[in-house]
Design a binder for this molecule. Structure first.
Ligand SMILES: *[C@@H]1O[C@H](CO)[C@@H](O)[C@H](O)[C@H]1NC(C)=O
Ligand SMILES: *[C@@H]1O[C@H](CO)[C@@H](O)[C@H](O)[C@H]1NC(C)=O
Ligand SMILES: *[C@@H]1O[C@H](CO)[C@@H](O)[C@H](O)[C@H]1NC(C)=O
Ligand SMILES: *[C@@H]1O[C@H](CO)[C@@H](O)[C@H](O)[C@H]1NC(C)=O
Ligand SMILES: *[C@@H]1O[C@H](CO)[C@@H](O)[C@H](O)[C@H]1NC(C)=O
Ligand SMILES: *[C@@H]1O[C@H](CO)[C@@H](O)[C@H](O)[C@H]1NC(C)=O
Ligand SMILES: *[C@@H]1O[C@H](CO)[C@@H](O)[C@H](O)[C@H]1NC(C)=O
Ligand SMILES: *[C@@H]1O[C@H](CO)[C@@H](O)[C@H](O)[C@H]1NC(C)=O
Ligand SMILES: *[C@@H]1O[C@H](CO)[C@@H](O)[C@H](O)[C@H]1NC(C)=O
Ligand SMILES: *[C@@H]1O[C@H](CO)[C@@H](O)[C@H](O)[C@H]1NC(C)=O
Length: 884
């Protein structure tokens, strides 16, 4: 028996109770109500999170000492006076060091723009570019497209803080006329420009779309790739140097952040072109391609593109997809290459979902682009949601859609339940500086974005959702939007359908995106009563961020139950289970009687309850216990049925939650009994026979390095436990294999496992390695330090290391990961003091985009400390009574 409906306020809600029946058979009416006026007091903490792929580039951000004046070049946003239409860019990156040991590139560019409002100033982004004076005069030259006279250039300079090339004119540009600006880059020592403004001067904001004509000059024998299809490749001599010149087809109208240039000696594989004329090529290291590691990516890219074409009802707008850049998607090796002999199933799944994510952006993000970064959540959340649909189409037997629950919903619940969380959507004028933009690339943006859009698609139904999308994409192709444009097109699709909503889409969704956090819905099955409350992990935390919606939500409720009765009430051994398949972004609590009946059901026949909800029951119970809404013993009891569980999701959910116990208790007397009980974590907890087994396999490998006897799916665990149980010999062997690994996924497993050793000197040496890019690549340094910090022996070492050695500021997407990773298990007053001291000591320098992460670490540590104090005894008792 299933049901669904909306939970809206009592006062207005009674009249609008029934949610129209859509296709499915048994949908009963529902009435739901929420309690008015609740206190928003609460608290508790956990979280951290952050994204996987990180790049460490510690740079010290210049301290701003002068008060910024009101001049346009001191503002981070471009004025609305000019609009670019076309760029011509020639770049010549050198792949070998020059006589000063630098990698440099040179180049020239011109941009045609139209004057929208009269102005005597041209501001164009330019960062770290060494521009040269044209004819010895100024850093740029201005001409008119219609050859008419233009005002003379008065002065040009680079405004470092705001990253502009400023061109001051003697007279004004005329609205409606078009001009051209030429610049030349002498030499820039940025080997891999990460922003367009580091490659050539450009109007580097997403709404400044233009057509790009790109030419790359490169060494003969290398390949040049960019967004457009290569049109012409010629060998020639430039200034006495032999060079190859590759010219690309002009791009479609697109944003600068999507540009990509690559010069490499890669090889590619391609599949025969289908009727759709889309050319798909997978480029990678020669050896990797020869070994067939790109085959899987090639096999799934075509089907995923097909799926999106029908899902979006919009054809793929380009003629090629070489792999979130438009027409040229770049991936880390672990995300693209898959070797069936060495990589695990998990690696394969990752390849699939990342490709599906990036391809989803080809439409949502690239074809239609949000106007400004404050709407990043919609762009990334969207791709993070539909990636599951695209991946599911390519591998229909993998149940991949279900994995969003663990990877996104549960993951972001942990962060979004803190009082230091933030709303999904930010105001446009709050996001200006590069570090404010980079701070947005967090799990709220990706995972909450995905979870909330999934909820929306589920209550609208997929067909209405995709119809609205299609209308949005077709209306705004090659243009820019704000999120309300999407709501408007979805609302139209709703109006054309049989779906009825109790409120406008806008009213319903604003509560999910404009206020942080999410609700816990409590169902009292003895009365059928329902209430909602802002869920906070730490019941003592105070919410200081105001919300115009009072932290109340319109909640789509679905439920299932054992028998038909009055909605949401039960008799006898009947139970109610709400949030079927966790399509809603909220937690659920029940009266104790219903909890008991659900536990009974799990023990007698757990399969009556959908697998996603079995994982939910465990996760909700543990988190409700942490926020003191239920007793911790009840939460532990949800794991008792697991001996019958054959699906991995509920196990994973239990392990994630029990991991918190390990983090909190493995330095205490609770550890002993916990160790005996937790068979499923046998190796982790050091059960002797498990360790013997893994150590034996590892030894066997050490004797014959060419023949690794360990099954790919087990390697992560086996390597880690063998290195943990072993000594320097195991470690050094692991290191050698890491250095020698030709497959990125294999290298990753070893790099992770090397952090598992229990020997402090090895861990210290490993920490030092992270500072040497010849040993550990910069992009891997943060995660390596975080792995070491998760090790009970490594925790203080990593923390001391971070405090002593780290230069932060600047690009601190990585710094926020580092700080939340290394402090994850902090739970003592002493650790709290250290964190607060660390914050104080570095106040002057600041923490850039890591600021929020540091605040969250402090509130998490406070909550952990309280939790440990309160729960040590009942947890100890439960494990004692369940040991042996
Ligand atoms: C920029 O170019 C000038 C002249 O070639 C040179 O002296 C200076 O060192 C360069 N600066 C950088 C950052 O490359
Ligand atoms: C350019 O030179 C490279 C290496 O010398 C050669 O492999 C390539 O075929 C040449 N390309 C053309 C278009 O002649
Ligand atoms: C060739 O050299 C001249 C003079 O040094 C310079 O102005 C020009 O930009 C160079 N051409 C390229 C393509 O680098
Ligand atoms: C995988 O192993 C099989 C059998 O050992 C071998 O034939 C095949 O070439 C290997 N594949 C790759 C991509 O190395
Ligand atoms: C798909 O698009 C076509 C043409 O743009 C339109 O006629 C058709 O109704 C659309 N289908 C759906 C399901 O939106
Ligand atoms: C709406 O409901 C009517 C009657 O039940 C049905 O004929 C029609 O197909 C439905 N339309 C959609 C878009 O589901
Ligand atoms: C979170 O709650 C703690 C504990 O009450 C409080 O000290 C802190 O100021 C709160 N932080 C925010 C951002 O509301
Ligand atoms: C819940 O998810 C499962 C897949 O895990 C699916 O088979 C089932 O149909 C879903 N139930 C509902 C009511 O959507
Ligand atoms: C938890 O609940 C059980 C029974 O439901 C009770 O015996 C126990 O005392 C409670 N523990 C705590 C810490 O409240
Ligand atoms: C390292 O890799 C090379 C090439 O793959 C192989 O020949 C060599 O034996 C490896 N070294 C060890 C110690 O396995």
């Amino acid at each position: 028996m299933m049901g669904k409906g909306f939970y809206i306020s009592r006062s207005a809600g009674r009249a609008a109770i029934v949610l129209g029946a859509i296709a499915a058979a048994t949908i009963i009416a529902l009435s739901i109500v929420y309690n008015q006026e609740r206190q928003k007091k609460a608290s508790s903490a956990n979280g951290g999170g952050g994204e996987g792929a990180v790049t460490i580039a510690p740079t010290s951000s210049p301290a701003i000492t002068t008060a910024p004046s009101n001049d346009p070049w001191n503002k981070y946003r471009l004025p609305d006076t000019l609009s670019p239409s076309e760029y011509h860019v020639t770049l010549w990156p050198r792949l070998v060091e020059d006589q000063n040991g630098m990698y440099i590139f040179t180049g020239s560019s011109s941009v045609v723009f139209t004057c929208v409002k009269e102005t005597d100033l041209v501001l164009i982004h330019s960062n770290k570019l060494n521009l040269t004076k044209i004819n010895g005069e100024h850093l740029a030259r201005l001409t008119a497209v219609d050859q008419q006279a233009v005002p003379a250039v008065k002065d040009t300079w680079l405004q470092v803080e705001t990253q502009y090339l400023v061109v001051q004119l003697d007279g004004t540009l005329t609205a409606g006329r078009s001009y051209q600006l030429d610049t030349e880059v002498v030499a820039t020592t940025q080997m891999q420009p990460t922003d367009a403004r580091k490659a050539f001067p450009c109007f580097d904001e997403p709404a400044m779309k233009a057509v790009f004509h790109i030419t790359l000059i490169h060494e003969p024998g290398t390949v040049a790739l960019s967004n457009g299809m290569d049109k012409e490749t010629i060998n020639t001599t430039i200034n006495g140097t032999e060079a190859t010149l590759t010219t690309f087809e002009p791009t479609k109208r697109m944003s600068t952040y999507l540009l990509a240039f690559i010069v490499c000696d890669f090889k590619y594989i391609t599949s025969p072109m289908g009727s759709d004329n889309v050319l798909i090529r997978i480029w990678a290291r020669r050896k990797a391609i020869e070994e067939g590691q790109g085959d899987y990516a090639l096999r799934v890219t075509g089907p995923i593109l097909k799926f999106y074409e029908s899902y979006y009802n919009a054809t793929y707008p380009l003629s090629k997809s070489a792999m979130e850049n438009w027409g040229l998607v770049t991936y880390r090796e672990t995300s693209l290459l898959y070797d069936p002999n060495i990589s695990s199933n998990g690696n394969k799944e990752r390849v699939l979902t990342i490709i599906a994510h990036e391809l989803a952006h080809m439409w949502f993000g690239n074809l239609v682009t949000l106007r400004w970064w404050n709407d990043l959540w919609l762009n990334e959340g969207f791709a993070s949601y539909v990636e599951y649909l695209g991946a599911n189409y390519a591998e229909p037997t993998w149940n991949i859609k279900d994995t969003i629950i663990l990877s996104d919903v549960h993951r972001v619940f942990a962060v979004d339940a803190l009082n230091t969380s933030r709303p999904l959507s930010s105001k446009e004028d709050e996001i200006n500086k590069p570090e404010e933009i980079s701070q947005l690339f967090d799990s709220i943006t990706y995972s909450k974005g995905a979870s909330v859009l999934r909820m929306l698609s589920e209550f609208l139904t997929e067909s209405v959702f995709s119809q609205g999308l299609s209308s949005y994409l077709n209306t705004f192709a090659y243009d820019n939007t704000i999120y309300t444009d999407l709501w408007e097109h979805l609302q139209r699709a709703v109006d054309d359908s049989n779906v009825s909503l109790p409120r406008s889409l806008n009213e319903i969704m604003n509560r999910w995106i404009l206020q942080m956090g999410f609700p816990v819905v409590t169902i009292d099955t003895s009365t059928g009563g329902l209430s909602q409350k802002h869920f906070l992990l730490d019941p003592e935390s105070a919410v200081t961020r105001p919300s115009e919606f009072n932290y109340e939500w319109y909640i789509p409720i679905t439920w299932m139950r054992t028998a038909i009765h009055k909605p949401l009430t039960t008799t006898g051994n009947e139970w109610v289970l709400a949030n079927v398949n966790v399509t809603g972004y909220y937690r659920v609590n029940y009266d104790i009687g219903n909890w008991e009946r659900l536990l009974d059901q799990l023990l007698t026949d757990h399969q009556v309850i959908p697998v996603i909800n079995r994982a939910q029951i465990v996760d909700d119970a543990f988190n409700l216990a942490r926020s003191k809404m239920i007793n911790i013993t009840l939460a532990l009891r949800t794991t008792e049925y697991l001996s019958h569980e054959r699906e991995h999701m509920p196990w994973e959910s239990a392990i994630d939650n029990l991991n918190y116990f390990f983090l909190m208790f493995d330095r205490s007397e609770v550890y002993g009994p916990m160790q005996v009980n937790a068979i499923w974590l046998a190796c982790k907890t050091g059960v002797a026979s498990c360790q013997e087994l893994t150590k034996g396999w590892f030894r066997q490998w050490m004797q014959d390095p060419a023949n690794n006897p360990i099954h790919p799916n087990l390697r992560t665990t086996v390597y880690c436990s063998a290195i943990a149980a072993g000594g320097v010999e195991e470690w050094d062997f692991g290191w050698e294999m890491f250095r020698n690994a030709s497959i990125a996924t294999e290298a990753f497993k070893l790099r992770y496992a090397l952090a598992c050793t229990k020997l402090p000197w090895l861990l210290n040496r490993y920490l030092d390695y992270t500072l040497d890019p010849n040993k550990i690549r910069k992009q891997d340094a943060t995660s390596t330090i975080v792995y070491i910090g998760r090790n009970v022996v490594g925790q203080t070492l990593a923390w001391d290391f971070v405090r002593e050695k780290w230069e932060y500021g600047g690009s601190s997407f990585s710094f926020s990961n580092l700080i939340s990773g290394v402090t994850k298990r902090f739970s003592t007053k002493f650790e709290l003091k250290q964190l607060q001291q660390f914050m104080k000591d570095n106040e002057e320098v600041g923490f850039g985009s890591g600021t929020l992460a540091l605040e969250q670490s402090i509130s998490r540590t406070q909550a952990n400390a309280r939790w440990v104090a309160e729960n040590k005894e009942p947890v100890l008792n439960w494990f004692l009574s369940h040991s042996g």
